[in-house]
Design a protein around this ligand. Structure first.
Ligand SMILES: NC(=O)C1=CN([C@@H]2O[C@H](COP(=O)(O)OP(=O)(O)OC[C@H]3O[C@@H](n4cnc5c(N)ncnc54)[C@H](OP(=O)(O)O)[C@@H]3O)[C@@H](O)[C@H]2O)[C@@H](O)CC1
Ligand SMILES: [K+]
Length: 493
């Protein structure tokens, strides 16, 4: 499945470009409807179907699918929101194909159309959803849910907004969603992703060059985006050539930096130094035999460690304790030519204003806030998680990774990815520290900020899935070798 995600506006451009290139809209619609019918035939045994059509082209796709399933002998009832005579363009053409057979009426959109149905095809609204569902459309959607009928959604479950996966009013929970040409953000962002069920991507004959011309800026995160630049160890390499991460460890919450350091090592950093309060050196050293544990009693000692240019990537935040001392260390790291990750307590330390950070950050730095930390640092920004992460990256000049079940990574230049492989088991204490450690480990090996953030988020999700139920954060670094082995096998194939 292609990784690009098209906004609704970009998909509209793709449709128009295809038509300008000589593919008529009716042909696109016939192929779209045929893909829906084919998906129904592939997934379900023959059964009575209720096709719910809206007043636009999404409904047009429904008319085509209804005709094709009826031609295959499936009992099909079709109901339309509005009047057939009010349909325009390709949708009117598609409706005429259905009504050409006198035994195929167009029913009013009322709940009775569901009686006897063993499958619902939801073709009420797709890309043109412009407001919350109300009236008969909402009634039908609610009734489908009450009856627990299987649902095949056309393009998106009606009520799910394509650009951000938000639900306007209500939307059915689909078992299968057939979308066209490329997926939309709604297929990967929550809650949309959960309402889509399985997503099938259908080729409706939009020429390949069209996507290149549109040059989308959003992708589903995965190794196809960054795998070619993954810093696999080289035969001629040694630990000094694999980067040296510097992790700042705290006095009280010592687990956070230890988890991060271990993850950085597992991600392949050649060396990891943890700078810790002197009284905690033994504790850190005993639990991390592969790391270098050094005392850093104060800011000056930390700066002395920073001054060694071999320590090329820095992690600040996990377990550090918010406040002036942490802020000073952050600014000291930013004043040097390093890459790094800012996490956790850093966001509280700079909650008073972004300016001191924004003046010095650049795109080899990655900020990894969850939603609460994000709001603390950037304020309540409008829009979807994609919009907000992009705006934040632009505002601060660094890569922003907005953590969650649908983690977004955004670059200041507008590129963004959505990560979809994170299992719910990852929502556990210390999980974010591991993520920060993975990213700093990749930065230390020379990956750029956007690649490192994307690869780190994906590896984190894979490690989480590998462990599965019962996961605790300590498991994640240990799961990494198996994940990397699979990644490398794919890269070598
Ligand atoms: N050639 C192509 O472009 C291709 C497109 N394809 C298909 O077309 C779909 C996009 O079609 P579309 O642009 O016509 O929009 P669509 O989702 O049918 O809805 C628009 C209508 O719904 C109405 N409406 C909106 N919200 C409402 C609400 N809450 N409650 C009530 N009414 C509401 C809205 O009214 P308005 O906002 O104008 O008042 C308008 O009348 C796309 O998802 C894909 O399935 C494929 O066939 C491939 C080729
Ligand atoms: K739909």
């Amino acid at each position: 499945m292609a990784d690009e995600l098209l906004t609704v506006a970009e998909m509209g451009r793709a449709d128009r470009a295809a038509m300008a290139a000589g593919v008529p809209g009716t042909v696109l619609m016939e192929r779209a409807g045929a893909a829906v019918a084919a998906a129904a035939l592939a997934r379900w045994s023959p059964r009575p179907v209720a096709v719910l059509c809206g007043p636009g082209n999404n409904g047009g796709d429904g008319f085509v699918a209804a005709r094709l399933l009826a031609e295959r002998g499936w009992p099909v009832r079709l109901a339309l929101l509005g009047e057939v005579g009010a349909l325009r363009g390709d949708a009117a053409w598609a409706a005429s194909g259905w009504t050409a057979a006198p035994e195929r009426p167009v029913e009013r959109l009322e709940t009775g159309v569901l009686d006897g149905a063993g499958l619902v095809i939801d073709a009420l609204f797709g890309a043109g959803l412009s407001r919350p569902l109300t009236g008969p459309a909402a009634d039908l959607v609610m009734e489908v849910g009450r009856r627990g009928l299987p649902v095949l959604a056309v393009d998106v479950p009606s009520g799910v907004r394509g650009d951000d996966g938000a639900v306007l009013g209500c939307a059915p929970r689909a078992d299968l969603t057939v979308t066209f040409h490329r997926r939309k953000p709604a297929h990967v962002l929550l809650p949309g992703r959960l309402l889509c069920g399985e997503v099938v991507l259908a080729d409706i004959g939009i020429p390949d060059g069209v996507v290149e011309a549109i040059a989308p800026r959003t992708w589903e995160n995965g190794p196809r985006l960054w795998g070619a630049r993954y810093p696999w160890p080289r035969p001629e390499g040694h630990k000094y050539s694999r980067g040296h991460a510097l992790v700042s460890g705290g006095a009280v919450m010592t687990g956070a930096a230890r988890l991060a350091a271990r993850a950085a090592l597992r991600a392949g950093a050649g060396l990891v130094t943890i700078a810790v309060p002197p009284e905690t050196v033994t504790l850190y050293a005993l639990s991390l035999p592969s790391a270098i544990v050094l005392p850093a009693p104060d800011g000056a000692a930390f700066e002395a460690l920073l001054d060694d240019p071999r320590r090329n990537a820095v992690l600040l935040g996990p377990g550090a304790g918010a406040g002036e001392a942490l802020a000073t260390r952050v600014l000291a790291a930013l004043a040097r030519d390093r890459s790094g990750v800012l996490d956790a307590d850093v966001f509280t330390s700079f909650a008073g204003g972004l300016e001191p950070l924004a003046l010095r950050l650049h795109d080899r730095w990655v900020l990894t806030p969850h939603d609460g930390e994000f709001d603390r640092l950037f304020g309540p920004l409008p829009g979807s998680r994609l919009d907000r992460a992009r705006a934040a990256a632009r505002a601060c000049g660094a890569v922003v990774l907005l953590k969650g079940a649908d983690t977004v990574v955004a670059h200041p230049d507008g590129r963004a990815t959505v990560t979809t492989n994170a299992p719910p088991d990852l929502a556990t204490a210390g999980s974010g520290d591991v993520l920060a450690g993975l990213i700093v480990g990749l930065l230390a090996q020379g990956m750029d900020g956007f690649d490192a953030a994307c690869a780190g988020a994906w590896l984190h999700g894979e490690a989480g899935s590998t462990v599965g139920p019962g996961l605790i954060a300590e498991d994640l670094p240990e799961a990494l070798p198996a994940v990397l082995r699979r990644l490398k096998a794919g890269a070598d194939a």
